[in-house]
Design a protein around this ligand. Sequence first.
Ligand code: UGC
Ligand code: NI
Length: 166
Amino acid sequence: MTLRIIAQPLTAEAFAPFGDVIESEGQHSFHINDGNALRFHDVAKAEFSGDAAHVGISLVDVAPYQMPLAVTLMEKHPKGSQAFIPLDNEPFLVIVAPRGPEIRIEEIKAFITNGRQGINYHTDSWHHPLVSLKDAQRFIIVDRIGKDDNCDLFHIEPGQLEVALS
Ligand SMILES: NC(=O)N[C@@H](O)C(=O)O
Ligand code: NI
């Protein structure tokens, strides 16, 4: 029997156990550049650990996934946070699970972004690899750059879990 999870609209409150929502709504802001710009300040924290590592900024082009999404893999990064910021103003799917050594599929949560929102997974937060829904989408990634391994995987039996938009 396949468990089907319906993605819910992403909110900062619902996502708080897993990370930060990168958005201007509800954020502390102040004017800069002689009042010509409004800065939404410190909306998410980039974390990393390890000596020969740093926080880097990358770009990624993601091919769309078929929906409903068959979930067979989750991952986490124990040595740093990972942020994805969309550049195409298109909603994308965010799938997360509570912290811990194992994942119970009943506890997995799925969110759909509003197209403007980005997300920042906290260090060691279980998540599905980045899922775009329409054409190839481009994102900015802000995460730990290092030569050592920083990706724990959790495999889910095919046919156990799918995520749908409605
Ligand atoms: N590795 C990478 O850039 N991305 C994945 O960790 C992911 O969460 O999509
Ligand atoms: Ni990741």
